[in-house]
Design a protein around this ligand. Structure first.
Ligand SMILES: [Zn+2]
Length: 383
């Protein structure tokens, strides 16, 4: 994670860089701000920047230190975060250390997600997550030791609201820090943090991600063109975590619609085809086009898979990849090409205002013929 990867927060990042250059970075930092504004990612980018041995305007991403910090295995960057009881472990003995592999996976995949997504990842029960006494004691112990590599020892505490009352154990550390020790706390709700801690930290307020930054963020996600970005930006209201799940939902809705269409076309029973077509025809013209564009995106990726057999290279979700895997048994390269052409032609026809009912009925039977490899005997034209 580097500063350049963070959507927004330019002002605070510049402040950090200036402080670092003048050797004025505070020992205890509190990053405060609303849900979904990349607070954790900013803390990680700052920690990596501090540890980088060849830092310029950003961490270099190349040095030995960056190589470790980018894999979240730097021995002088410590993470503490809320956890729940781990199986086979007493709750009071469970610390972040026990969840580190899951945490590394979480931040590598979704670095901008928020605490609720993390808790959902580690438990499906209602057990309450927190940062417990043992964790606080270990933080004090770790930071009391010599650093392993660089000058600095850095402790990131994600979601200081989850610190139990024992967070007072950290007070001494904050008041009389050992040299080159930096504590970065992250929180959403200032009022839930002990006043004693609050008064000893320098607070940096991170703003909400604005619409322009959100648009840039969505642009670099390689999402299909059919995604309704405007709607996502509006509904997410500056929350990156929410934008991610909205984008995922839009895509998975269209993906199940496409799969459903193919199943119905395969069976070709009028009792299934017509209700499906009627539903589709009731959606707006823009929605119909977005659905067809999604289909083109899916089959483009499907063809990449047919050629390369490399699932990882695909711009598809796990569920879509599973669909692709199943489909490859019945759809070959030639059929996939034909389906793509049929979808492209359908968009042109919708743009020429053909009725959705007529179009999707005819295309359902054409889709069926393509899937079954039946040659087109007559082509239907709409001129
Ligand atoms: Zn570096």
């Amino acid at each position: 994670m580097r500063f350049q990867d963070i959507p927004g927060q330019k002002q605070t990042i510049t402040q950090f860089k200036t402080m670092m250059a003048n050797d004025q970075l505070p020992h205890a930092i509190l990053l405060l701000g609303p849900r979904g504004n990349a607070k954790l990612a900013t803390a990680i980018a700052l920690a990596n920047y501090i540890q980088c041995t060849d830092r310029g305007d950003d961490s270099c991403g190349q040095c030995r230190s960056c190589q470790k910090s980018h894999k979240y295995v730097h021995p002088d960057i410590h993470f503490s975060f809320p956890v729940v009881k781990k199986e086979g472990q007493k709750r009071e003995d469970t610390t972040s250390q026990h969840f580190m592999p899951a945490f590394r996976e979480f931040i590598s995949e979704q670095p901008f997600d928020e605490i609720q997504s993390w808790i959902k990842k580690i438990t499906n029960t209602t057990s309450i997550a927190n940062i417990n006494t043992k964790e606080c004691n270990e933080i004090v112990k770790k930071l009391g030791m010599q650093s392993f590599e660089g000058d600095y020892k850095i402790q990131i505490i994600w979601m200081a609201e989850y610190l139990a009352k024992d967070s007072n154990r950290l007070l001494k550390l904050i008041e009389e820090p050992t040299d080159k020790t930096i504590l970065i706390l992250i929180a959403e709700k200032q009022e839930q943090i002990l006043a004693t801690i609050l008064s000893r930290c320098q607070i940096f307020t991170l703003s909400k991600v604005n619409d322009e930054e959100m648009e840039r963020y969505l642009d670099q996600l390689n999402l299909p063109a059919s995604l309704n970005r405007k709607e996502i930006i509006q509904l997410a209201n500056g929350d990156i975590d929410k934008a991610n799940s909205l984008a995922f939902k839009q895509q998975s809705d269209r993906s199940s619609l496409l799969l459903n269409w193919m199943r119905i076309a395969w069976r070709s029973h009028p009792d299934d085809v017509f209700p499906f077509v009627n539903d589709l025809a009731r959606s707006t013209k823009d929605e119909q086009i977005a659905f067809l564009e999604y289909g083109i995106h899916f089959f483009r990726e499907f063809l990449v898979y047919v050629y390369t057999k490399d699932l990882h290279a695909l711009r598809l979700s796990e569920a879509e990849k599973n669909t692709a895997l199943k489909m490859i048994k019945t759809i070959d390269e030639e059929k996939a090409q034909k389906i793509s052409e049929m979808l492209t032609e359908s968009i042109h026809l919708i743009n020429r205002n053909i009725s959705g009912k007529i179009l999707f009925s005819a295309k359902s039977f054409q889709l069926s013929r393509i899937m079954k490899g039946i040659e087109e005997k007559e082509s239907i034209t709409y001129k």
